[in-house]
Structure formats: structure tokens, C-alpha cells
Design a protein around this ligand. Structure first.
Ligand code: IPE
Ligand code: IPE
Ligand code: MG
Ligand code: MG
Length: 362
């Protein structure tokens, strides 16, 4: 059945998961949802060759859809950056340190994957006009806030992010927390800027705000971060790991795709297809992040590698090895793209984004 707002299942799953963690019985039966994609498990150990192009195609090289994804990413990133520059207060605006700190992390060179996914989803549906930029940019504010807080000493205690010292290393913990809070709050204001002037009625605005709240909050990204921290140094099973990934990374990516689609006026059936696509690439994105944590260098990643192992975190490479994890991510991408048929060539950017997510080097 097609539904507009599907957070209810997520609610039940994550609440069940959190309760299970509170009882501190990590090795009892899987506390979270069972994997929705048993294919992952059953095919994990098959001897399947990775595609020979498991590295991103360079500018000018043909991709399976024939589009130049690097150029597309670059163009969209510039549009998002330009919009963000136009709305984020200057570093001279009082309170100056707060704005400096917000700008420091926001303009440190993020890939802008979530806003670009929102834009590409809108393009797959039709056109979303001017409204798509504030909507897409709101996701980057949430994402950047989540990274600032994720790096804090009380969380992952990381020193580098986006190729620079982490926010708290430069501005101190109090300012980093507050810069994150301000970015989070401002994200909702950006959603409200996508208003009637941009062709969005109030009902659609409310839907967007709900998507953003669900994707980023206690039953979305924040909930996933809690599960992630609770899993440190625990002998978690695969179902638990999958639930962590689904929430800490997947839910915001899901919100990005759905918000782009809603902005462009997606039908319920289109939204259903795009939601499936988003859930698959969300998992692929975090599996790729796990792999890069093992295989990447600090120069490539802009953050320290090998931190998962140092923190006693079980990840996809722990369960399947690096090559097995890469293969699983590829399978997610195939499943995601198989669901885009009805959109025709308008979904080519989404198809290439899915491939980019697993072939990226940072
Ligand atoms: C990194 O996200 C953190 C995860 C959720 C896995 P990105 O890889 O999108 O980071 P930036 O925004 O490009 O720095
Ligand atoms: C970050 O996850 C996820 C969010 C901020 C929601 P990780 O902690 O695994 O990612 P990195 O390695 O710090 O980017
Ligand atoms: Mg973390
Ligand atoms: Mg981290």
C-alpha cells in the first residue's frame, strides 16, 4: 500500500530497539528490526566479482546512463553553496563567534550529498522550481550539525572533519554544541522559506517539516546515534548493525529524497518508489562509509581513518570483510536503481548518485 508518511513502522522498530538497549542485554535475540533485505545475508558469501569500475568515473568518462556525474555534482554543489552563502549570517553578525563557528563547519567542503539527492529526486518527478533550494539546503544544515555533535569529545571525540580540525577543537565545546543547535533550528526556518512565493502551499510545507523532523530526530538520525554509541564495545549482531545504519544515516537520506519528491508534487506511487530507492542507497552510503573507514587515508577522507576499530565498533567489514561489504553495497544500489524504471531518463541523476555513493573516495 502506498502511504505518504511512513514513519510509524520506524517508530515501533526504534522504540523497541532503545528499550532493549536499556535492559543492557546485547546478546539476547535481535533487539531491533530483522533485516528487511535478507538477500544481503543470503548472498553475502557468494563468490561474486566486483564491477571492475569500483572507483568513480572521471570527468568525460561514460557512466552507464551516459551522463557526467562529476559535472552534475559540481554544478549542484555550487548552487547549494551559493544559496547557503546567501542565507547564513556573516561572521560579523552578532553573536559573531557563533556565526563564525557555524560557517566554519558548513563551508568546510562537504560533498552536499543530501541536498543533491533532494534536487535529483525533484528532477525525477518533474520540476520543483525555486522551492527546492531552501528545502535541499535545510538537509545540509541538519547534516552539518549532526557532524559537529558527532565529533564532540563526549561522542566520537574526533579531531578532523572535512579536512580541517573539528569545530570544538577550534571554537571549544560549548560553542560547537551551540553552533550545532543553531544549524538544527535554522534548518526548519529554511523549510518555511520554501513558501507560497515559491509555489508551495502550506499543506506541503507542513509535510516537508514533518519529514525533516522524523528523519533527523529521536526516531531518525538522533535515535540512530544513540544506538551507535550504545553498541560500542558490544558484540552486536547484524540485525542490530543494520538498524543502527538505517537510523543514523539512512533516515536523513530517506528524508532528503522524499522532501525533494514532495516539493515537486510526487504522486503517492512515485513517493513509494523513491522511498524504497532512498532506503537502499542510505544503507549503501553507510556501508561505503564503513569501508572507507578501513581503506581510506586521512588525506582522502578529510577525517581520521580506522576510528571504528579503535572504538570497538562492529561494522559491515567486520562481518563480511572489505570486499564482501562492497559487494553488499553494490547490491543495494542495484535494488535501488531497479525501482526507478517508471521515471525514465529523468531519474538518471538519481541512478548515477546511487553509483557514486558506493564508488566515492571520501
Ligand atoms: C559523513 O557524511 C557522515 C555519515 C553520515 C556517514 P558525508 O560523507 O556526507 O560527509 P560530508 O558532508 O561530505 O563531509
Ligand atoms: C556519523 O556517523 C553519522 C552522523 C553524524 C549522523 P560516523 O560517526 O560513523 O561517521 P564519521 O566517520 O564520524 O563521519
Ligand atoms: Mg558517530
Ligand atoms: Mg563519527
Amino acid at each position: 500500500m502506498v502511504s505518504y508518511c511512513a514513519p510509524s513502522t520506524e517508530h515501533i522498530l526504534i522504540v523497541r530497539g532503545l528499550r532493549a538497549q536499556e535492559t543492557k542485554r546485547p546478546s539476547s535475540p535481535p533487539p531491533f528490526d530483522t533485516p528487511q533485505t535478507p538477500l544481503l545475508l543470503s548472498r553475502a558469501h557468494e563468490d561474486v566479482q566486483l564491477p571492475s569500475d569500483f572507483g568513480m568515473s572521471r570527468t568525460g568518462q561514460l557512466t552507464p546512463t551516459g551522463m557526467d556525474i562529476r559535472q552534475y555534482l559540481e554544478r549542484k554543489r555550487e548552487e547549494v553553496d551559493q544559496y547557503l552563502h546567501s542565507v547564513i549570517p556573516s561572521a560579523e553578525t552578532i553573536p559573531t563567534t557563533l556565526h563564525e563557528s557555524m560557517r566554519y563547519s558548513l563551508f568546510a567542503g562537504g560533498k552536499r550529498v543530501r541536498p543533491i539527492l533532494a534536487i535529483a529526486a525533484a528532477e525525477a518527478v518533474g520540476t520543483a522550481g525555486q522551492a527546492v533550494l531552501p528545502v535541499a539546503s535545510s538537509l545540509e544544515l541538519i547534516h552539518t550539525y549532526s557532524l559537529i555533535h558527532d565529533d564532540l569529545p563526549s561522542m566520537d571525540n574526533d579531531d578532523f572533519r572535512r579536512g580541517k580540525p573539528t569545530n570544538h577543537k577550534v571554537y571549544g565545546e560549548a560553542m560547537a554544541i551551540l553552533a550545532g543547535d543553531a544549524l538544527l533550528t535554522m534548518a526548519f526556518e529554511l523549510c518555511i522559506r520554501a513558501n507560497a512565493e515559491h509555489g508551495l502551499d502550506a499543506a506541503r510545507q507542513v509535510r516537508l517539516i514533518q519529514e525533516l523532523a522524523v528523519g533527523s530526530g529521536n526516531l531518525g538520525m538522533v535515535g540512530g546515534q544513540v544506538l551507535d554509541i550504545q553498541a560500542e564495545n558490544q558484540d552486536i549482531d547484524l540485525a542490530t548493525l543494520q538498524s543502527i545504519h538505517k537510523h543514523k544515516t539512512g533516515m536523513l537520506i530517506r528524508a532528503a529524497v522524499r522532501m525533494g519528491a514532495i516539493t515537486a508534487g510526487a504522486t503517492p506511487a512515485q513517493l513509494d518508489d523513491l522511498t524504497f530507492y532512498a532506503e537502499q542507497i542510505g544503507l549503501a552510503f553507510q556501508i561505503a562509509d564503513d569501508v572507507l573507514n578501513v581503506t581510506g587515508t586521512r588525506e582522502e577522507l578529510g577525517k581520521n581513518p580506522n576510528t571504528d576499530a579503535q572504538r570497538g565498533k562492529k561494522t559491515y567489514p567486520t562481518f563480511y570483510g572489505v570486499e564482501g561489504a562492497k559487494q553488499l553495497a553494490e547490491e543495494c544500489v542495484t535494488r535501488a536503481n531497479d525501482r526507478l524504471t517508471s521515471f525514465g531518463t529523468k531519474a538518471d541523476p538519481l541512478r548515477e548518485l546511487a553509483r557514486y555513493i558506493t564508488s566515492r573516495k571520501n
